[in-house]
Design a protein around this ligand. Structure first.
Ligand code: MUC
Ligand code: MG
Length: 367
């Protein structure tokens, strides 16, 4: 169970259409595949998605920090030395997706070694989650058409709508078109990626008061401390902290400060080990949790569902697990399938992910 090698392999897979939101846009999955090898021949895998607009990481930076700092720090540790591994990784600040991919690849290798699934190792609550689809910026008719396609083809009935444009009417018109077009049976919530001010957010939420939203997420910056608290106090739906609450300490600060009332857990940025801590904290504080999407590929989505399915709290709400559908291809030998609005964990050891060697050869950028 000793770690012999940690590989960081950059790869790029184009999106069929770009995903646009208030803090940025994504045209290609320029991610980093992380493989953790052990002395008994096990290989654990995970992927790191660089999100410079959220965490400051780049693809080249993730490869460099893993090759030059993290891999040498982990060599020789057992897969069970997770706390020691984290203490070493935490000597370097930032780099959340690089650290998380290593953490999840270690869990995958551990599951393969013990011949149990990661979901069972973590908590084993269920084997599936309902799926929420994230709709990027477009015209109302196009966003409605995408939601209808997701409902008709995959049975998805929960939608997170990207907002945060100016004037706010651009987005409130979309949410109204979705509610009118899809009817009362779907769940809708909005995510502003800090695009609005607190006052714009309050105005938009008033305009949408009759649209039965279930959540609002990061409508304005958490750094506008008093404005954000003022906004959150007047809402009658939970306000999800996403990029403002990456670490358990951030969650504590935002919740106790009144700047959020629910939390998004993204395995891409907190791996399995730190996501467990956030989960336990949320349970203790009595918070709603949504399994969020870091614009993950299929491997990242598999990691999210593996974690989300492990606990009652994380599997209660639909998880954001479907945006890999926008990618033109992926690395998994057996693609993920969403049906009846659900995604199941892979049976088998670890994450149950097998990579297609030809696809990896084709999409990797380092050879
Ligand atoms: C989300 O929930 O915000 C877009 C930016 C980011 O950091 O994550 C995505 C989705
Ligand atoms: Mg968000």
């Amino acid at each position: 169970m000793k770690i012999t090698q940690v590989e960081a392999i950059p790869f790029a897979i184009p999106y069929r259409k770009p995903l646009r939101f208030a803090s940025g846009e994504v045209h290609a999955a320029e991610h980093v595949l992380v493989r953790v090898h052990t002395d008994d021949g096990m290989v654990g895998v995970a992927e790191a998605p660089p999100r410079p607009f959220t965490y400051g990481e780049t693809q080249a930076g993730i490869v460099a920090v893993i090759d030059s700092i993290f891999a040498p720090q982990l060599a020789g540790l057992s897969l069970l030395d997770r706390e020691t591994a984290h203490a070493r990784l935490e000597r370097t600040v930032g780099n959340p997706t690089a650290k998380s991919a290593i953490d999840m690849a270690m869990w995958d290798a551990l599951g393969r070694t013990l011949d149990v699934s990661v979901t069972e190792l973590l908590g084993g609550f269920t084997d599936r989650m309902r799926v929420s689809h994230m709709l990027g910026f477009d015209e109302p008719a196009a966003m409605l058409a995408e939601a209808e396609k997701m409902r008709d083809n995959y049975g998805i009935t929960t939608f997170k709508v990207k907002v945060g444009r100016r004037p706010v009417f651009l987005d409130t018109a979309v949410v109204r078109a979705l509610r009118e077009g899809l009817g009362d049976s779907v769940e809708l919530y909005v995510d502003g990626n800090r695009g609005w001010t607190a006052a714009e957010s309050a105005r938009a939420m008033k305009e949408m008061a009759d649209l039965d939203l279930v959540f609002a997420e990061e409508l304005c910056p958490a750094d506008d401390v008093l404005g954000r608290r003022w906004l959150v106090q007047q809402l009658d739906v939970p306000f999800i902290a996403d990029e403002s609450a990456v670490t358990p300490a951030d969650v504590t600060r935002e919740i106790l400060g009144g700047s959020a009332t629910a939390v998004s857990i993204k395995t891409a940025r907190t791996g399995f080990t730190r996501s467990q801590r956030t989960h336990h904290l949320a349970e203790g504080l009595g918070l709603e949790v949504v399994m969020g999407n870091q614009i993950d590929g299929q491997l990242g989505s598999l990691c999210s569902v593996a974690f989300g399915a492990a606990y009652s709290l994380t599997s209660r709400r639909a998880g954001e697990l479907s945006n890999f559908l926008d990618m033109s291809d992926d690395l998994l030998a057996e693609p993920l399938r969403i049906s009846d609005g659900e995604l199941t964990v892979r049976p088998g050891a670890g994450l149950g992910a097998e990579l297609d060697p030809d696809k990896l050869r084709h999409y990797r950028q380092d050879s």
